[in-house]
Design a protein around this ligand. Structure first.
Ligand SMILES: [Cu+2]
Length: 146
């Protein structure tokens, strides 16, 4: 009686193990928290001919983001956001000259051929204008957070 029951059970366990080993990797990757496994979103804004390009970029609230400004002009430019980084933990890199005030990040001056790099996670959706405050520069653009 027992000799008859064991082989089917062993076969069932073997089949179960085989099916689980095939299923588990896919199940494991899809059940991890998305915010921890989502790749960082990379956004590049180039500055040339006194223009931010593209004029509008869309970022996503709750997502790890790297935002880079690349100054391709032969003159200095600045990135001056309005409200975007208020209360946001910010990591600033690149070879620009960032300035901070009592409300946090104020602006970064980016040399010719240089770049400013920001890493952050934004939480407040909205449309945030930014500009370059170098004298005579009429440069405006928008960052939309969805
Ligand atoms: Cu400028």
């Amino acid at each position: 009686m027992q000799r008859l029951r064991v082989p089917p059970l062993a076969g069932f366990v073997t089949a179960l193990v085989l099916s689980l080993s095939g299923v588990l990797p896919a199940a494991a990757t899809s059940t991890l928290a998305p915010s921890n496994t989502d790749p960082e979103e990379h956004i590049l804004v180039t500055i040339h001919s006194r223009t931010f390009e593209p004029a509008t970029v869309t970022l996503h609230a709750g997502r790890k983001t790297q935002l880079v400004f690349e100054n391709q002009d032969a003159e200095l430019h600045a990135f001056v956001p309005v409200g975007l980084f208020t209360g946001v933990h910010l990591n600033v890199g690149g070879n620009g000259a960032p300035e901070f005030g009592e409300n946090g990040f104020k602006r970064v001056i980016i040399p010719s051929g240089g770049r400013a790099e920001f890493r952050f996670v934004l939480e407040r959706p909205g449309a945030y204008p930014y500009f370059c405050d170098m004298p005579g520069h009429e440069m405006r653009a928008v960052i939309v957070v969805e």
